[in-house]
Design a protein around this ligand. Structure first.
Ligand SMILES: [Zn+2]
Length: 205
């Protein structure tokens, strides 16, 4: 009977592990975090946006833990890293919004990763999150460069969703910057709606 109790406790409260290397620790272990920080990126040339980290093995591991396994720890660690390394010249923002995930991705993962990441970050920055875009049907990641631009052209904002945001300054969040097709289209739509936004992606390929 007594032997059962520690086993039950371990089931109820599994030991915390680094979401990347699975070492027993609270959140990210120091070596994994150090390796992520080696690949710092800055402003994306010619754009009103930043990407924080390079797409290294560790960053890939963190993204995969967050998206494939729905790891709460990984999502929270990503938001913590964003908050810690928020560019100084970003300025203050009134709200956070996120690049839309495709319907396929939301169905496969069981959650909208952009929404979860934005909510984690919004809690830390103490600003509201707005869900502004309709999810596209097709996922960007399986498309070639020119197809990505074609696919994203169909992107639309939710009707009237931007009305309360006119004259405010927002932060558009995305996880991976590849061609920039999604964030650039989102920014153009926001601008058309009279909402000024800067963007920040967790990493760039
Ligand atoms: Zn680790």
């Amino acid at each position: 009977m007594n032997k059962l109790i520690p086993k039950l406790l371990a089931l109820l409260y599994p030991p915390s592990r680094c979401p990347i290397c699975r070492t027993s620790t609270e959140g990210l272990c120091i070596p994994c975090k150090d390796r992520i920080l080696l690949g710092r990126l800055r402003k994306i040339p010619g754009a009103q946006g930043w990407s924080l980290f390079q797409y290294t093995e560790e960053v890939k591991g963190l993204l995969s833990a967050f998206k494939k396994n729905g790891s709460f720890v990984a999502g929270n660690e990503m938001a913590t890293l964003i908050e810690e390394f928020l560019p100084k010249d970003l300025g203050s923002v009134d709200f956070i919004t996120y690049a839309p995930s495709s319907q396929v991705s939301i169905k496969r993962l069981g959650f909208d990763h952009g929404e979860v990441l934005s909510k984690n970050l919004a809690k830390k920055l103490n600003v509201p999150v707005y869900d502004l875009f309709l999810p596209p049907k097709v996922e960007q990641k399986h498309l070639e460069m020119d197809e990505r631009w074609k696919n994203i052209k169909g992107l639309r904002m939710k009707r009237g969703s931007w009305d309360p945001l006119k004259g405010k300054r927002g932060l558009l969040i995305d996880d991976v910057y590849t061609t920039g097709a999604t964030v650039k289209t989102c920014l153009a739509l926001l601008e058309k709606g009279g909402v000024s936004c800067v963007y920040l992606t967790f990493c760039a390929r």
